[in-house]
Write a protein that binds this ligand. Structure first.
Ligand SMILES: [Zn+2]
Length: 139
């Protein structure tokens, strides 16, 4: 199977399995990312544009988690972020390819990789995913 076909299959699996995390928010003047719930717990009367910003997907060099509750938040990876996530997963290969938060991370990498080398690296990291794909089609 050629690399493009395998990449397409992996993307389809990730689309099916990935979490749909909430948007990040942050209080103006502070750089910690928060989920909506923790933002409002911290400042119940917070007004958008005055006290806080956010509510949209944000490009970053790494993933976002709520600094209070640890919940995964939406992100898009920069070129640097894609390269560093690839290096991370090459060093610490993921195993639980059915874990929604992991699939969300891997999907951000899958949609950001560029060029044959990164595709090959990504396919090596996710090789085990295709082996367990059959179960997805069972009722
Ligand atoms: Zn939170």
């Amino acid at each position: 199977m050629i690399d493009e076909d395998r990449l397409y299959e992996i993307k389809a699996l990730l689309d099916k399995r990935e979490a749909s995390p909430p948007h990040p928010y942050w209080l103006i003047g502070e750089d910690e990312s928060l989920c909506w719930k923790c933002l409002h717990a911290k400042m119940p009367d917070a007004e958008i544009g005055v006290d806080f910003e956010g509510g949209y997907c944000w490009e970053s060099d790494g993933c976002f988690h709520c600094e209070k509750c640890g919940r995964l938040l939406q992100f898009i990876l920069t070129e640097y972020g894609v390269a560093s996530e690839l290096a991370h997963y090459a060093e610490f290969p993921p195993e639980k390819f059915r874990e929604p938060d992991l699939c969300y991370h891997l999907a951000r990498v899958a949609y950001g990789i560029y060029g044959a080398d990164q595709v090959r690296q990504f396919l090596a990291i996710t090789r085990a995913m295709l082996g367990d794909a059959q179960e997805d089609d069972s009722p």
